[in-house]
Design a protein around this ligand. Structure first.
Ligand code: 5RP
Length: 225
């Protein structure tokens, strides 16, 4: 395993220490979350009684692989904790998320949780957001119009495609545009402006939603609360 993967593993596994018996847990998405789910599966095997709501089809598959009991929002509308990765974390703990395309479900889950824990390797900690292009989920209908309205906010949107050049469809049946806004100095205002555009479902900007950030390094973790 390389240093970055080790750092992800440290961060993901450390987050499981925040989980207590009886909790309802929001399960984020991505490769750092994979390590959290794997470790959580070990605790479940030893008798930890929890249920999780997955934020993506991939996470659901991993949760099933590691025998984590799942539930959904028809059964419960409140989560004790949500644990998720991020593509960038700034100094005010604003996030860019959505590199894996699960930003909308991830945001619904984070908003439903009493405590939102972010797990990242050290490379994700930045001074200003924006080096990572901002994912924005948009409706397929009229996506070209929505995309050009995002461009008028100086976002340089690029429709997300797979290696075969097919447009990627999110778990919600929508499209994602990855937008280069340059350095984002006022993420709250940008999030608001984007959400006001008809056709935008949600953005990958998570504005001060995080309660704790667990930063993984190749040989340790640092917990910021
Ligand atoms: C998926 C996400 C992920 O949490 C984000 O892309 C980080 O992924 P990884 O842990 O693989 O670096 O937002 O939509």
């Amino acid at each position: 395993m390389n240093d970055q993967e080790n750092a992800k593993k440290y961060a993901g596994e450390a987050s499981v220490n925040f989980i207590e018996n009886g909790m309802k847990i929001g399960l984020g998405s991505g490769s750092t979350v994979y390590w959290m789910i794997r470790k959580l599966g070990e605790y479940v095997q030893k008798g930890l009684d929890i249920t999780g709501i997955p934020s993506s089809h991939q996470t659901e598959a991993w949760a099933k692989q590691f025998s984590i009991p799942l539930t959904d929002f028809t059964q419960t509308q409140k989560l004790d904790i949500a644990i998720d990765g991020a593509d960038e974390v700034d100094r005010q703990w604003n996030l860019i998320k959505g590199g894996g395309g699960a930003l909308v479900r991830e945001k619904v889950i984070a908003a439903a949780a009493d405590r939102f824990i972010v797990i990242v390797d050290e490379s994700k900690m930045v001074t200003n957001l924006g080096t990572f292009p901002l994912p924005v989920e948009i409706l397929p209908f009229g996506w070209e119009v929505t995309s050009s309205r995002i461009a008028s906010l100086s976002g340089k949107p690029v429709i997300r495609t797979n290696p075969d050049h097919d447009i990627v469809v999110s778990d919600n049946g929508n499209f994602i545009v990855d937008c280069d806004f340059g350095a984002i100095y006022d993420p709250k205002t940008l999030n608001h402006q984007l959400k006001q555009l008809t056709g935008v479902v949600d953005t990958g900007l998570f504005i001060q939603m995080a309660d704790d950030v667990i930063v993984g390094y190749p040989d340790r973790t640092e917990i910021q609360s």
